[in-house]
Design a protein around this ligand. Sequence first.
Ligand code: 13P
Ligand code: SF4
Length: 315
Amino acid sequence: MKEKPDYISEIRRMKAEKNAIILAHYYQTGDIQDIADFVGDSLALSQKAASNNADIILFAGVRFMAETAKILAPEKKILLPDINAGCSLADSCKAKDFKKFIKDNPGRTIVSYVNTTAEIKALSDIICTSSNAISIVNSLPFEEKIIFAPDRNLGNYVLNKTGRDIIVWNGTCHVHEEFSLEAILKLKEQNTDAKIIVHPECELPVRMVADYIGSTAALLKFTKEDNGNCYIIATEPGIIHQMKKENPYKTYIPAPPRDSTCGCSECNFMKLITIEKIYNCLKNEKPEIKLNEKLITAAQKPIKRMLEISGKTGN
Ligand code: 13P
Ligand code: SF4
């Protein structure tokens, strides 16, 4: 039987040989985060994709993230180790339906979450991530009416925080909408000193019991700087890898989903990426993300507008 290659050292060798970098989202498994050149949330990953000296970017994340990298760095080869690594939230907003929604609600500025296809980005005025959604909306003149897509939970959270006239697209992420409020409260009863920390893609009842709400990067920063010792984490549990690295002696409890048979709230799309697939992808330089030039030009404008504002506001 043919012996398996030493994936980790081969990946390191190929990265150097091909001038490639690996960008990984916090929801990737720990082994992948550890081999990445950069680990971050959606905002930091798009900032990194826009500014680096690599010829190849391998995205350890999902398709909309790799597409965003292609839009921001069209001259580079962008690789995604499993082309089926999609996103239920991005899938909940199809370009044909969104065009009709825009037509039915004319005169509104379109703010789209980065968790969208390139086609939706091309239809948008400005992009945001969960890190900067509030500051992006606040950067628009107060009288501007807004369409926010596609996440209804993040959209309603932003609406409440900004008091703006916002119509929200009815999409959700299958991971974040599935947290069980009942199970979270039970965990809190068993761990009275625990703080409940929640991603804004979660539903309102879960957000209402939160001690802190923030993007993955913000949750990580919170656990790093907070003086507490125990946290119930209502987002994808991949983030706990970095939390443990920052503060190994604190306790991190993943919030359970409503359907207790599936155990924990992993994103099945994020978890399609494996070390073996990264090895094969870097070796064969495929699957590669390809987008037509017209789409790249149209989608680049609203992303660059976000990056410009984020550069000024610091998030
Ligand atoms: P952030 O990386 O912006 O926290 O978003 C989380 C997410 O759902 C990415 O798919
Ligand atoms: Fe999409 Fe949700 Fe997975 Fe993020 S966690 S990639 S929003 S399905």
